[in-house]
Design a protein around this ligand. Sequence first.
Ligand code: PEP
Ligand code: MG
Length: 624
Amino acid sequence: MKTEKLEAKGAERSADRAAAAEATRRVPVRSKVREQVIRGIPVAPGIAIGPVYDTTEIPAEAPRRTVPPEQAEAEKGRLADSVALSRKQLGKLKTRLLVLPEEAQEELAPLLDAYVLMLGNSRLLRGARKRIEGELLSAETAVLDEAEAIAAAILAAKDDDKAGLYRRAQEVREIARRLTRNLTATPFRSLKGVPEGAILVAEELTPADAALLDPARIAGVATDEGGADGHTAIMLRALGIPSVLGASGLSESVARGDQAVLDGSAGTIVLRPGPAALERGREALAAFARERTKLGKLRRLPAVTTDGEPVELMANLEIPAELPLIAQAGAQGIGLLRTEFLFMNREDLPDEEAQLAAYGEVVEAMGEDPVTIRVLDWGGEKDMEAHASGIAPTHGGPNPALGLRGLRLLLKRPELLEAQFAAILRVAERGNVRILLPLVTNPSEVKQAREIYERVARRLRRRGERLPEALPDLGVMIETPGAALAADAIALEADFFAIGTNDLAMYTLAVDRAEAEVSHLYDPLHPAVLRLMQFATEAALRLRMPVSVCGEMAGNPRLVPLLLGLGIRSLSMNASAIPRVKQAVRALDIADCARFARRVMEQSDPARIHGLVMGFAEGVSERA
Ligand code: PEP
Ligand code: MG
């Protein structure tokens, strides 16, 4: 079929639209004037119509080079300098994370941590230093050779998760690229000049690049490389920028300023669209906006199941800057205020007054709605910069996740807990506050914390501070298998439970989520995790004690039926997840959920559980 003919004749008619799209896809690249459809992987939904802004990074010039033996020390010094500079750059990027949506932060932070780890005593750096010494290579040649050797070993591993292997290999290459750019003083890509409303096109975009994108300015993103599982894709989804990755041949087909229509759900980019394609794009844009409005309307609707059971949907808050987002999302309160933000990016500790100001801002913004403030959960993977303040051991012991973190650390340093309790108690009169204890394993820890809590309250009262007559409830995070299986005993000491499925899955399965080598084994739907959740939930329900889920699991609409079926009626999640979770709740019947949960809990094979959960979710979305 002649494409020209089709363009001229059929493209205007809506009946021919599908055929036109198919035909235009075959327009050869040689013409840069004609419409051209390029297909890639849909990674972030939404439609973007606008001019293309192509930006490809100048590669670092690092020809293979050897050095004379007397220069080896100097090369190691150059490598050390570029490591220090790279660390600084990643530190800056981490600070920049704080202004991104929580979802984006949660996705990017572990990746940045992984990069920072690779800049520590890693195989990459040990190997590069060895190559400088042994093979007398220049620092950049040594880094690139070692990174390639590691990437090749990763890619050759026996693992069905090929995408995961590729992602891990890319992470190593990415950090080597950063070191090489710094060693050769090659500037990094600048995204400052991207005009408002543009579709950004690049051969490849790193997650770090993605973190610098402003979703209010950039209409869409399309790249030649990349896939749906990569961190860049996850970041773009979290930022809500319509995106298509892995669109091979794209960057060589565009000229800056070309118009384009990008469909992040279908995975297509129409370059230089004709009137019909443009019209289709506009229709799709309007349909997407309608869907968003529909979700927005949910804000005012109650989160109740079809049989009238109310479900509390709350937000997790990591930094106060997210407060407007929480209001927009229609959260019924804050189910988890992580207070670690107060302790980050500083070398000293925030005193009681500084904490009072921070908590006061959140509590007042939330009015009558509950604000669950979790006391500091430092340690483990949440390593912070303020070691200078002597708060925690610099290396967190031989195994930081099993060492001095969470409540254990606070009980070792009771003055920290006292200051935090005092600040929280002093804002309690201004709103509806609850307090949450992290990483508990033993009822005696809760008892000890409560003694400190009551002592601080007595001291404040003596000082003439106005505190509520009944002190705010003191709850416990259930996030270790030990706490889950001792939940009946812990429940006697606690006022409420918040099940932290992130750590619970990690500790139950002995899998660090930030550890790429084993991330395929991280699975909150593993029957072991679900059984622990069930045990803890039932222990709370027997005492008619409130219990919520506040790990990432709570924000996944597909998992809502199971959580409701297990008896959970309160979920706390990143604010942007609330509308979709509410939509799921409003399509569910509690008796169906309970029956479904019973079926799931009879299974012991994680794959079977995944199958059941996805099957049930599909049925629900068809009904919704
Ligand atoms: C959890 O572990 O599930 C949790 C909510 O706490 P955090 O993610 O802050 O460790
Ligand atoms: Mg946790």
